[in-house]
Design a protein around this ligand. Structure first.
Ligand code: MOS
Length: 732
């Protein structure tokens, strides 16, 4: 057993830019390359153990019982009758149950309403039985006794509360609108979205009398441990979370959710392992949705199309007392110039499942609306849409005068236009019954870092990387393998990355596009630390060391890495002043060609291109896949994805993947992605920025703008379904 209590730890706080650019000067040559996922074979062979797949002996199954009304108080249930049913081991309800999952990075229990009901579908009780079938049958037999109360289920009747702390303004926007040569003043609407991860939320909990071990599908173990412990009234040291694989999260697994807490509670009460898996419908109705948004956007421009003012006010909704409000205006303060500015947020309180982070919360829908408005300004001013954006890229952050760590929007627009053939597009083209149109949009997403720790052990020339970071399908196993292999000069095949275990050093987790830069940097720092140990033993300077193919070389000396015995070190990265001193963001552009059917109003995306810059690209294969996924979600946002609620009682009508349509293969045409070479020394020592969510931020706007180009119908209420196009189509 190696002693891990006192290993050398190196910590880097990003208080100043790291201009050394070390990764470009390492010898192994594996960084940036499209290394296939080391976990890929396990996944395609079906042997990667997701949350519900590593089942202990004697495991019982729990099924959640949910509220049939949108407001009230549960006063009891027919527990006697249920307990007498075949195979039933227990019926649980009461104060441990969550109202909704924790928000991302909450670090404490979400609201536990002890029987109070806030929305239809809220988990109220758990029935545990020997088999799933017995549990499900018993759960269906449960009769909740409920005292109903009034609910707000019609959003149009809910009051909007101003969020004063989220209001900011510079100059005089009203004046700018009055004096402008061209203006846009429109309201845009986006509907609720659901994450729809392939793996539903699932947990298996085991209690040994002192410690609770939970296999669950999570994004951020460091926070999830504390949220789970707080929910169950345990010490964090009594909770052990395991998430070796997460079958997608998209925000819905940022915080601890119903199934883990309910399974934990039942396992402690029954003294047996308990599994709880949410059905597809339960995921849709009881985890997280993206709030619908109503966004008023005002643009004022001079005769050349230069912006003099931007206003962006958004209204979103959430449950009462839920702290999260989708940061819809997040990109508006910095993406375009204009001296006169105003951003604001309002929140409505509604009896509907919690609103939280879903796929790039903020920019995904906020930038999409802004980029439709920019297209309207291009039409009004007669300036080419690409040119209009380029002339409005600011020198510094126009809302506070800070420098950008880097701003590659102009290059991304030029690169995308070139790759797509924007200048050569033929307007007014038709193809049979299809009216062809072209549209484009800018992309941007804020860049962040979160405190992360990693441990590296060199043993017999092989490298072990341990951190509680997760891989939510994004490629974490691959990039951490590459960083360690590059820094330590070993073949990636000699690196083992062990993730998703809360006993490991704590990482920021997967979310907000910060996973790679945070956990990757902790591995980088640990590797520098290990290089120093090696240099010390060889009596040379660390910077004079070349590590390649398992050999450490310096001027007149060399040694095999295998000869160093066992060396263990830790690395820590944390956010510092560079997060405040400069504006950090990633940038890109989207270009789309669509066909609108002149008879039916059906829209097909025919091709789509994205060009992106996010500092160093760590693995161009997994990064590309992230962008392809983001653009695919952009197609969904533009054309099909929409949560539909019945305003009479607030219930979700389209609660499965048949009725809530995520784009499938036939909806997705040839997508192409370019990366721009970039290094951002302000971001972290790797000079890499987060790319996870960039591909969705603005993507839908390129399609909506292409629809306008094709048929002259301006859609301001997403998605652009046929009914919204039909009446505006040109006569046959
Ligand atoms: Mo992401 S929606 O921050 O998991």
């Amino acid at each position: 057993m190696k002693d891990l209590t006192d290993i050398p730890t190196a910590k880097v706080v990003m208080d100043k830019p790291d201009t050394r650019n070390r990764l470009d000067h390492m010898a192994q040559g594996v960084i940036h390359k499209g290394l296939p996922r080391p976990d890929g074979p396990l996944k395609v062979a079906g042997v990667a153990t997701y949350a519900h797949e590593d089942q202990p002996e004697g495991m019982l199954t729990g099924v959640l019982v949910r509220a049939p009304v949108s407001s009230g108080k549960m006063t009891g249930l027919n527990a006697e009758e249920i307990r007498a049913m075949d195979g039933v081991r227990g019926v649980f309800h009461g104060k441990t149950f969550l109202r909704n999952p924790a928000q991302g990075t909450a670090n404490e229990a979400p609201i536990q309403p002890d029987g109070e009901i806030f929305y239809i579908g809220q988990p109220m009780a758990l029935v545990v039985a020997d088999s799933f079938e017995q549990a499900r049958h018993a759960a269906k037999t449960v009769k909740l006794q409920i005292e109903r109360s009034d609910a707000v289920t019609d959003l149009s009747k809910a009051e909007a509360e101003e969020q004063e702390d989220q209001y900011s303004a510079q100059g005089d926007l009203d004046g700018a609108m009055k004096d402008a040569a061209f203006t846009v003043d429109q309201t845009y609407r986006t509907p609720g979205h659901t994450s729809n991860a392939m793996e539903p939320h699932a947990a298996i909990a085991q209690w040994d009398g002192k410690k609770l071990t939970v296999r669950a599908s999570c994004q951020m173990l460091k926070y999830n441990v504390n949220e789970l412990a707080d929910s169950l009234d345990l010490e964090p040291s009594q909770v052990h979370l395991l998430t070796p694989f997460t079958g997608g999260g998209f925000g819905a697994k940022l915080g601890i959710s119903h199934e883990a807490v309910a399974a934990g509670h039942a396992a402690m009460e029954l003294g047996a392992p308990v599994a709880v898996v949410l059905s597809r419908q339960q995921v849709a109705e009881a985890t997280m949705r993206r709030s619908e948004t109503v966004q008023q956007i005002r643009l004022a421009a001079d005769a050349e199309g230069r912006l003099t003012g931007i206003g962006h006010t958004a209204t979103v909704s959430n449950l009462p007392d839920e702290p999260f409000a989708e940061p819809v205006t997040q990109a508006t303060p910095f993406i375009y110039r204009g001296e006169n500015r105003e951003v604001g947020m309002k929140v409505k309180r509604i009896n509907s499942m919690a609103a939280g982070s879903v796929r790039a919360p903020g920019e995904a829908v906020g930038l999409t609306a802004l980029e439709i408005a920019m297209d309207e300004l291009a039409r009004a001013s007669g300036v080419d849409p690409v040119e209009l954006r380029k002339i409005n890229v600011p020198e510094v952050d126009p809302s506070d005068g800070r420098d950008f760590s880097s701003n590659t929007l102009v290059e991304a627009l030029d690169d995308g236009a070139r790759a797509f053939g924007w200048a050569d597009r033929e307007t007014g083209r038709t193809d049979g019954d299809w009216l062809i149109g072209y549209g484009m949009a800018s992309a941007t997403r804020v860049n962040m870092i979160g405190e992360s720790h990693a441990r590296i052990t060199l043993e017999d020339g092989k490298v072990l990387v341990e951190t509680d970071m997760t891989d939510v399908g994004t490629g974490t196993y691959a990039i951490l393998t590459q960083i360690a292999a590059e820094m330590l000069g070993v073949d990636p095949a000699h690196v083992t990355v062990d993730l998703g275990n809360s006993d490991h050093p704590k990482a920021a987790g997967s979310g907000g596009s910060w996973g790679a830069s945070s956990s990757g940097s902790s591995v980088f720092v640990a590797c520098e630390n290990l290089r120093s140990r090696i240099a010390e033993e060889m009596g040379v300077e660390e910077t004079d060391l070349t590590l390649q193919d398992g050999i450490a070389r310096a001027a007149n000396t060399q040694r095999e890495l295998a000869s160093f015995g066992t060396l263990a070190v830790e690395g820590v990265i944390d956010a510092g002043k560079t997060g405040e001193d400069v504006r950090q963001a990633t940038f890109g552009s989207f270009f789309a060609e669509v066909g609108v059917n002149r008879v039916s109003g059906e829209v097909r995306v025919r091709r789509m291109h994205g060009s992106f810059a996010a500092g160093r690209i760590l693995n161009e294969m997994t990064a590309r896949s992230q962008c392809l996924g983001g653009m695919t979600f952009g197609i969904g946002m533009a054309l099909t994805e929409e949560l539909m609620f019945d305003p009479r009682d607030g219930h979700l009508v389209n609660n499965d993947m048949a009725e809530y349509h995520v784009p499938v293969n036939l909806d997705v045409p040839q997508l192409t992605v370019n990366f721009l070479e970039e290094r951002d020394p302000w971001a972290n020592p790797m000079q890499a920025k987060g790319i996870g969510e960039l591909g969705i931020c603005g993507a839908g706007a390129s399609i909506v703008n292409a629809i306008y180009d094709a048929c002259g119908v301006r859609v301001r209420d997403l998605p652009a379904t046929m009914d919204k196009l039909l009446s505006g189509l040109p006569d046959l």
